[in-house]
Design a protein. Structure first.
Length: 269
């Protein structure tokens, strides 16, 4: 595990002279900018083992992308190896407004100097760029406002309000105990169940310091958060999709795989 984490820190060019929350914030920013969020491996029927060696090889070193159960397990392993007090949580994603959704989003709970935080590197294009404090707070960022609501009995909600738009509840959660087996079950559902979002949709994104990019099925959106502008373009060829995946999302993928993905997003629905 130590060698995997050392290689990860080197590949992401992490400044290891930093300490505490400054180090974690730096790792988080480098991670979401360099390692793409992607459902492509689900669609391509890749082997999505969560064994640490296989996971780091696939997600970090080979850069074939992944989603929350992959990204946030990597982050958990890294922070634990660095000596931080962390454990996994699984939240209920509420993007569709359904409070009854299952727990299908893994995050990392960090306890540091008497305070609790969420470290999340696996929520795609709306991923917060900061470590989320578990207390009532409103945090304005370059891409919009995040609101953390602390409820009774250690229940929490994370909301996001894009600039000049209506608020969206990203997810709600509590501090119950979750094990790696719980995460494995959620991962299996997300990658295998016929009705799961990532089984039915191509979603690929990166979150950089001032920009974001999102591929969702037959459209690509470029966000310029500095200027509060976004541009949406249709994806009309396999070559275009391949270029977007490789050049803008930093996904290591072959053209033949991009062709499979292009046929997938153009299938009859």
């Amino acid at each position: 595990m130590e060698q995997l984490v050392e290689k990860y820190l080197t590949q992401l060019n992490i400044n290891t002279s930093l300490i505490g929350l400054s180090l974690i914030s730096h790792i988080k920013a480098q991670h979401i900018a360099a390692l793409p969020f992607s459902s492509s491996n689900v669609i391509l029927n890749a082997n999505l083992s969560l064994d640490a060696q296989a996971l780091f090889e696939r997600l970090v070193f080979n850069k074939t992308g992944g989603y929350c159960f992959e990204h946030n397990k990597v982050m958990y392993v890294v922070l634990k190896q660095l000596g931080f007090n962390v454990r996994p949580l699984i939240t209920r994603v509420l993007l569709d407004g359904n409070e009854g959704n299952g727990r299908l989003h893994r995050v990392t709970l960090l306890e540091f100097e008497g305070e609790k935080y969420i470290v999340d590197v696996g929520f795609g294009v709306m991923n917060p760029r900061f470590i989320v404090p578990l207390k009532n707070a409103t945090i304005d960022t370059i891409s919009g406002r995040y609101t953390i609501k602390a409820m009774a009995n250690n229940h929490y909600r994370l909301e996001y309000t894009p600039t000049n738009a209506e608020p969206i509840t990203l997810y709600r959660f509590d501090l119950a105990e979750f094990t790696e087996m719980d995460c494995n079950i959620g991962h299996f559902y997300s990658s295998q169940f016929e009705g799961a979002a990532f089984v039915n949709n191509l979603v690929v994104s990166r979150v950089m310091e001032n920009e974001r990019v999102l591929i969702r099925n037959r459209e690509v959106t470029f966000f310029d958060d500095t200027e509060n502008e976004q541009a949406v373009y249709p994806i009309t060829s396999a070559q275009q999709l391949y270029s977007l995946l490789v050049e803008h999302c930093l996904l290591d993928i072959s053209f033949s795989e991009a062709e499979i993905l292009y046929r997938f997003i153009n299938r009859e629905r």
